[in-house]
Design a protein around this ligand. Structure first.
Ligand SMILES: Nc1ncnc2c1ncn2[C@@H]1O[C@H](COP(=O)(O)OP(=O)(O)OP(=O)(O)O)[C@@H](O)[C@H]1O
Length: 276
């Protein structure tokens, strides 16, 4: 694994703070009828508070497996994962108090069709026993944050794909997670909506100072959003390279037309092509 330290990159003074996420020697095997698949192996990654890290790599290189392990959904076969210095897994059992620090957004918004936007956003708060008035107030705030003002009483079927993902982001943020885990959240959206959602996500993440791990197949999307891009290679899934992206934030869409931006994208693309 290489860590690039090119000039002009964002310098982060983490001081003595405990990292938001520490992944040490994590591996995950799957035993199937056809033998063992080493989905990920020897993963080491530390993420500081407020960092936005994108995971990229070819299909099957273990991005989702790693994200699910970080999210408490799939136990690692080896290694440790710590959230705020506390082990997430012990003896293949997840620490349920650590899981409450996490928020998820998947490719499908997975909203409840019979709940309106506000009730969908407020659901995690309801499950945690928050009172009706408090959770409604928080959901209204979040609906505004993600740009759903005017659609608070709409049902998922009445929303566009981008709007459903906004609601899913608001729902994930409702519990004020320490770590937001996003698995191809805009993968099902058309190119223009996706570009808008990237800008919106950037704004929301900056406003909420969220720490994010974001899985994507889209290299420009990763470079546009991330402070660091982690590039994985398959069989077994490993980290091949961690590339800091130093462009100032907030980033403007026009950044994507600059030579500097496209050089970073090209460098990552060449590495991915070499995987084949
Ligand atoms: N539940 C499972 N049982 C068996 N093998 C699995 C399971 N989940 C993942 N794998 C295997 O682990 C490897 C990594 O899969 P994973 O879904 O993590 O990759 P990915 O990089 O997220 O792929 P994609 O970009 O296509 O979503 C693949 O070889 C996959 O077949």
């Amino acid at each position: 694994m290489r860590e690039d330290t090119t000039a002009g990159l964002a310098v982060r003074d983490a001081g003595a703070e405990t990292p938001r996420l520490s992944i040490t020697d994590v591996g995950r095997d799957f035993h199937t009828r056809n033998g063992v698949t080493h989905a990920v192996s020897g993963i080491n990654l530390t993420i500081q508070r407020g960092e936005f890290v994108a995971l990229i790599g070819r299909s099957g290189c273990g991005k989702t497996t790693l994200l699910r392990a970080i999210g408490g959904l799939l136990s690692p076969t080896t290694g440790t994962i710590e959230v705020d210095g506390k082990a997430l897994w012990s003896d293949q059992r997840v620490d349920s108090s650590a899981v409450t620090k996490l928020g998820f957004v998947f490719q499908e918004a997975n909203l409840f069709p019979w709940f309106n936007v506000i009730d969908n956003i407020a659901l995690p708060l309801k499950l945690r026993g928050a009172g009706k008035a408090a959770r409604r107030a928080r959901a209204e705030e979040l609906a505004e944050l993600v740009g759903l003002t005017g659609f608070e009483r709409s049902y998922p079927r009445e929303l566009s794909g981008g709007m459903r993902q906004r609601a899913a982001i608001a729902r994930a943020l409702s519990t004020e997670p320490e770590l937001l885990l996003m698995d191809e959240p805009f993968g099902a959206l058309d190119a223009l909506t996706r570009e808008r959602m990237n800008l919106e996500l950037q704004r929301i993440v900056l406003e909420t100072a969220s720490t994010v791990v974001f899985v994507t197949h889209d290299i420009p999307e990763a470079v546009f959003l991330a402070d660091r891009v982690v590039q994985m290679t398959p069989r077994p899934g490993r980290i091949n390279k961690i590339l800091p992206v130093g462009f100032d934030k907030p980033r403007d869409v026009n950044l994507q037309t600059t030579t500097e931006f496209n050089e970073v994208v090209r460098a990552l693309r060449v590495e991915l092509d070499e995987d084949e």
